[in-house]
Write a protein that binds this ligand. Structure first.
Ligand code: GAF
Length: 385
């Protein structure tokens, strides 16, 4: 097979199978992965981004324990994590369980009184695809833990603890986009997030109604936020802002950017400043149904990430070039970069041809088959059972 189609699975079936692994579960909770439509590496620069939640989610079920221990198992793994809640701290947990243990730590830091509990996880967001499987994991775990505590907490209040879990316990210094949309995304909408003041606005996103489809294509090329590239880009942005005497690059103008002496920092800052403007352009285009305009901005975004921010890779470039050559309105890599996924906005009646062409282009190069995901904008974190 030249292309691997990746279905999200049936939520109720997944939830029931998960609940059956526990005695007296308090519930089963789902939190989605995401794709970002536009606004890449802007979140930690105080900028704008526009992600949607995917139908692919991570599911977490919890049952209270009589003691003070947290246990975590996963349908996808053989090993099991167990710890006293009091023993979870920065540096104390490593590996996949650090994301879940980190949520327990961050919720307790935020003042939530958690009981001991057993958690079981079923992750349906492709891992390593740049689709925020980690945000789906921490957000689903947060909902399950809050339910086990018998509390009712608005999703906005879980953004900060889930971010802290990833950055302070799992060691992934993310900017907040992924957790925010996993918690607050809604069907048929993208989430406009303004990181200057952490406000959000739902923006209509329904390409199907215009005869279009958003393809998400997972290149299967390596991607990990705990690797050095993401942190290095973040450090470059902070250095550029510092040289300009600004708190973040959100406040920089194109004229400011021109004043940067260092070529690399100038190109990094150019990406951030122009990318924030592109988010605004896409929101304006969507408001008037200008889908061709959306595609044009996607193309400019990809060029900026490839040439100025330098976070693309051959696999991502081949997806984008092939999709556009076969008639996509626009395509771009999405997420942190260095591998992971690309998105392509295509006419629905030409989607199969584009998917086949991308698969063939990968086959010709001897690369593993890419994964293709359906990507209707889907609900944020919620109780399934
Ligand atoms: C990753 C990070 F987790 C986000 O915070 C964001 O910076 C993104 O890369 C790039 O836009 O997903």
């Amino acid at each position: 097979m030249q292309v691997d189609h990746v279905p999200p699975g049936d939520p109720l079936e997944i939830a029931d199978a998960l609940a059956s692994r526990l005695t007296d579960p308090v519930g089963v909770f789902a939190a989605p992965g995401r794709v970002n439509l536009i606004g890449e590496h802007t979140d930690y620069n105080g900028g704008l981004c526009l992600p949607i939640a995917l139908p692919h989610a991570t599911y977490a079920a919890a049952a209270r324990r009589a003691d003070d221990r947290l246990t975590v198992t996963s349908v996808q793994r053989e090993d099991r994590f167990e710890s006293r809640l009091d023993d979870i701290a920065p540096g104390a947990v490593t590996g996949w369980a650090s994301y879940v243990a980190g949520v327990a730590w961050a919720l307790r830091e935020a003042g939530h009184d958690l009981p001991g509990m057993d958690l079981v996880i079923d992750g349906r967001v492709p891992v390593g695809g740049g689709l925020s499987s980690s945000a789906a994991l921490v957000c689903s775990a947060a909902l399950a833990m809050i339910a086990a505590a018998g509390e009712d907490v608005p999703p906005d209040d879980l953004v900060s603890p889930t971010m802290r879990a990833e950055s302070e316990i799992a060691g992934a210094p993310t900017g907040g986009m992924d957790q925010t949309v996993s918690l607050l995304g809604t069907t048929e909408h993208a989430l406009l997030i303004d990181f200057r003041d952490h406000t959000t606005r739902q923006v209509g996103w329904d390409p199907e109604a215009a005869g279009l489809t958003l393809l998400v294509i997972d290149t299967r090329a390596a991607h990990a936020l705990v690797d050095g590239g993401y942190a290095a880009r973040r450090a470059d942005c902070e250095a550029a802002a510092a040289q300009l005497g600004l708190e973040t690059l959100r406040a920089a103008t194109p004229a400011d950017v021109d004043r940067l002496d260092d070529d690399r920092l100038r190109r990094r800052a150019t990406h951030v400043v122009t990318e924030i403007a592109r988010v605004e352009q896409v929101v304006e285009a969507l408001a008037v149904g200008d889908w061709a305009g959306v595609g044009t901005v996607f193309a400019a975004s990809h060029a900026s990430m490839r040439d100025d921010f330098e976070i693309s890779c051959p696999e991502l470039d081949v997806v984008v070039e092939t999709a556009v050559a076969q008639g996509a309105l626009g395509a771009r890599m999405t997420g942190g970069g260095f591998g992971g996924s690309a998105i392509a906005l295509v006419r629905s009646d030409g989607a199969d041809r584009i998917v086949d062409s991308v698969g063939a282009a990968f086959g010709e190069r001897g690369w593993p088959a890419p994964g293709v995901l359906p990507a209707p904008a889907s609900p944020g974190a919620h109780r399934v059972r």
